[in-house]
Write a protein that binds this ligand. Structure first.
Ligand code: ADP
Ligand code: MG
Length: 353
């Protein structure tokens, strides 16, 4: 019996734990030794204190072909852009500003130089758009698909850093932009791929779905809204970015802040095109908003004192409030019934594209 086979007989399949369970399992008994490591595993970015004026932020995200993207419908330029944008989003979630990235790629011999150039044109466009510098990386080969791993550094003033922890009872729960469109964009792309595989003569029908396709293919980080919050003198009490679906992120804030969260169906920000498209393809738009991933909006909590400052801004929607932990996490539907929030969001260990 090989070592691998021997190990296999004793081992638990990783899919039993899921992505978050696995991270927890691997890191729960580890603690950082350096004084400068202010916050390690468990937030959108690590927080490092070199005892200058600002704190440093560090995060990394990996995109794997056929897990996170499908090259049959993802243009390489868009993929390059997205691989940077999703990292910027994690720095936003700490209320910080991104400054540098490194990009590591593993490529198989099916990629041409022109294809990798296309990927990099997207990476450079995102660097320009978000004002970050590409300062290094690593390049290696892969036996099958493409892997892109971006690491990012950012900074934030000490008194402005936001963690997933920190939400207080009676705080307002606020979500930026709108939800569910990126998930629907993915469903449209998958549908057209199926049709194409069955009948390559048929041209893809992507007409009229520009918004959801753009939300899926050209993810953007909400850097401007971090600036708006700063101008309004608002420091959220807790914050996270919506990458895995609203429900999943609500559970992260609630667990780490040791509070409960109640949100309302009629408050969910759902674009009218998302509403229409969901109905057209027989999906529940509310389900898409709660559980669809990759919106890269920000979810945060603020003191009620700030309500007047944000109430007129269409980019911010108050979707609920913070309660005592004992009340749990609840979703109040339009018929005024309460449903416990459970995570059905994106889990890369359990899901495949
Ligand atoms: P996000 O969705 O914001 O990128 P993740 O869900 O990927 O965050 O990760 C949650 C936390 O777990 C982060 O703090 C991340 O740095 C940490 N983490 C993820 N994978 C690992 C790993 N393999 N080893 C150590 N820490 C990890
Ligand atoms: Mg995040």
């Amino acid at each position: 019996m090989s070592i691998f086979e021997e190990n296999k007989t004793q081992n638990t399949d990783v899919s039993e734990l899921g992505e978050f369970g696995l991270i927890d399992h691997l890191t729960k008994s580890y603690s950082c030794k350096n004084k400068s490591s202010l916050k390690g595993v468990g937030d959108d970015a690590a927080v490092i204190d070199f005892s200058g004026e600002k704190l440093q932020l560090l995060s990394t995200d990996m995109l794997v072909e056929n897990i996170h993207f499908d090259l049959s419908y993802t243009p390489l330029k868009h993929l390059g852009y997205k691989s940077v944008a999703v990292n910027i989003s994690d720095i936003c979630a700490m209320n910080g500003k991104a400054t540098q990235i490194t990009v590591s790629i593993a490529i198989s011999n099916r990629f041409s130089i022109q294809a990798i150039e296309e990927l990099y044109s997207g990476i450079y466009l995102a660097c320009k758009e978000y004002n970050v510098d590409l300062v290094g990386g690593d390049t290696t080969s892969s036996t099958s698909g493409l892997i892109i791993s971006v690491s990012i550094v950012g900074e934030v003033e000490k008194e402005k850093v936001c963690y997933r922890k920190g939400a207080k009872i009676n705080d307002l729960v606020v979500c930026t932009g709108d939800l569910g469109a990126a998930y629907l964009g993915l469903q449209i792309l998958k549908r057209e791929k199926e049709i194409f595989l069955e009948n390559p003569e048929v041209q893809p029908d992507l007409q009229g779905n520009d918004y959801s396709l753009q939300r899926q293919l050209k993810a953007e980080a909400r850097t401007k809204l971090i600036e708006v919050l700063d101008e309004l003198n608002i420091v959220p009490t807790s914050m996270i970015d919506v990458s895995d679906g609203l429900s999943s992120e609500i559970l992260h804030l609630s667990k780490q802040s040791e509070i409960g969260i109640t949100i309302y169906e009629d408050k969910l920000p759902i674009d009218h095109t998302t509403m229409n498209l969901a109905k057209e393809i027989n999906l529940n738009p509310v389900f898409c908003a709660l559980n669809g991933g990759e919106d890269y909006e920000l979810l945060f909590t603020i003191s009620q004192d700030h309500y007047e400052k944000i109430k007129k801004d269409v980019d911010f929607t108050v979707i609920g409030h913070v309660t005592d932990k004992s009340e749990g996490n609840n979703f109040i539907t339009n018929d005024n019934t309460s449903h416990e929030i459970t995570a059905q969001g994106w889990d890369s260990i359990k899901n495949e594209n």
